[in-house]
Design a protein around this ligand. Structure first.
Ligand code: 2AM
Ligand code: CA
Ligand code: CA
Ligand code: CA
Length: 264
C-alpha cells in the first residue's frame, strides 16, 4: 500500500471538493430535513460526497467507503482500507452562515487510523494528521498538547446538554460549566476536534456523534497526545454512534473523575 500516494490524493480531492463548495455559494441551495426539523441536508452535501466517492473509486476500486449521505458502502466491519467521509460537517452552519463547516475525511486500515483530514473550506485551512508523523495545519506542524487546569480551560459543548434532554442529566455538566474559564459551541464536531488539536479550545463534549463526525478528528487529536473517548472513558466505536469526549491530557482525567464518572 502506497500511503504517500493515498495521502497526496486525499488532500488533493478534499481541497478540490472544498473549491466546489466555495463556488456553490452563488447558486440556490436545495435544503431538506432528515430525522428532525433541525437535522438538515442539502444538494451540496450529496454532491460533495458523490464527488469524493467517484475519485476514490476510480483510483482505489478495492477500498471501502463509509459516508454520511449513504452513497458509499454499507459496512458492518472495518476490514481492509476504509474511507470515512463527512462531506459537510456543520450543515446547519453551511445553510445559515456559509462558514463554520468542514469536510472530514479519514482513512483507516483494518480499523487503525492512517490519515485524518479536516478542511475548513471558507478559511482554506487544511488540518492533516498521519499517525507517527505528526499533525499539521496547512503543512505547518502543530505542537503536542499540554496539560491545562479545569479553571483555565475553554470547553466546547452544545447548550442542549444542560437543558432537559433524553441523553444526560443536565445537573452533571452544569457545575463543570461554572468552573471552567469559558464555553463555546461551534456546531461542527470536526472543527471542534480540530480546535482541540490546535489548542484554540481545551476540550469538546457531545452526546451523540456518528463515525464520520469524529473519524478524522480522532486521529488528529490522538497524534498530538490528546484523549478521545466516550463520556464513560471507553474507546470510540467506528461503526456506531457514540458519546464523545475530546480533551487535552490531564484535563481528560480531571473532568472524568469530577463530573463524567457520575454518569456511571
Ligand atoms: P452534520 O452537520 O454533518 O450533520 C452539530 O452540533 C454537530 O453534530 C455537527 O457536527 C453535526 O454534523 C453533528 N450531528 C450528528 N448527528 C446530528 C443530528 N442528528 N442532527 C444534527 N447534527 C448532528
Ligand atoms: Ca447531517
Ligand atoms: Ca457531521
Ligand atoms: Ca454532514
Amino acid at each position: 500500500m502506497n500511503w504517500s500516494d493515498i495521502d497526496t490524493n486525499a488532500k488533493k480531492w478534499t481541497r478540490e471538493a472544498g473549491e466546489r463548495i466555495r463556488s456553490s455559494f452563488s447558486q440556490e441551495l436545495m435544503i431538506h430535513t432528515k430525522t428532525s426539523p433541525d437535522d438538515l441536508v442539502t444538494n451540496i452535501d450529496r454532491d460533495t460526497e458523490q464527488f469524493l466517492i467517484e475519485k476514490i473509486r476510480e483510483t482505489y476500486p478495492d477500498h471501502q467507503i463509509l459516508g454520511e449521505e449513504g452513497l458509499g458502502d454499507k459496512l458492518d466491519k472495518l476490514d481492509g482500507t476504509v474511507w470515512i467521509i463527512d462531506p459537510i460537517d456543520g450543515t446547519m452552519n453551511f445553510v445559515h452562515q456559509q462558514r463554520n463547516f468542514a469536510i472530514s475525511v479519514a482513512v483507516y486500515e483494518d480499523g487503525i487510523g492512517k490519515i485524518g483530514l479536516i478542511y475548513d473550506v471558507v478559511h482554506d485551512e487544511l488540518y492533516h494528521a498521519k499517525p507517527g508523523e505528526g499533525a499539521f495545519l496547512n503543512d505547518i506542524r502543530l505542537p503536542q498538547l499540554e496539560e491545562v487546569e479545569v479553571e483555565k480551560a475553554v470547553i466546547a459543548l452544545n447548550a442542549t446538554w444542560v437543558t432537559e434532554n433524553k441523553r444526560i442529566d443536565p445537573t452533571i455538566l452544569a457545575p463543570l460549566i461554572k468552573r471552567v474559564r469559558g464555553t463555546r459551541s461551534y456546531g461542527s464536531a470536526a472543527l471542534e476536534m480540530a480546535y482541540v488539536a490546535t489548542g484554540r479550545i481545551d476540550a469538546y463534549i457531545t452526546l451523540r456523534l456518528s463515525p464520520w463526525d469524529f473519524a478524522a478528528g480522532l486521529i488528529m487529536v490522538q497524534e498530538l497526545g490528546g484523549k478521545v473517548t466516550t463520556l464513560l472513558g471507553e474507546p470510540l466505536n467506528l461503526l456506531e454512534q457514540n458519546s464523545v469526549f475530546v480533551s487535552k491530557p490531564g484535563l481528560h482525567e480531571e473532568i472524568s473523575k469530577d463530573y463524567l464518572s457520575k454518569l456511571k
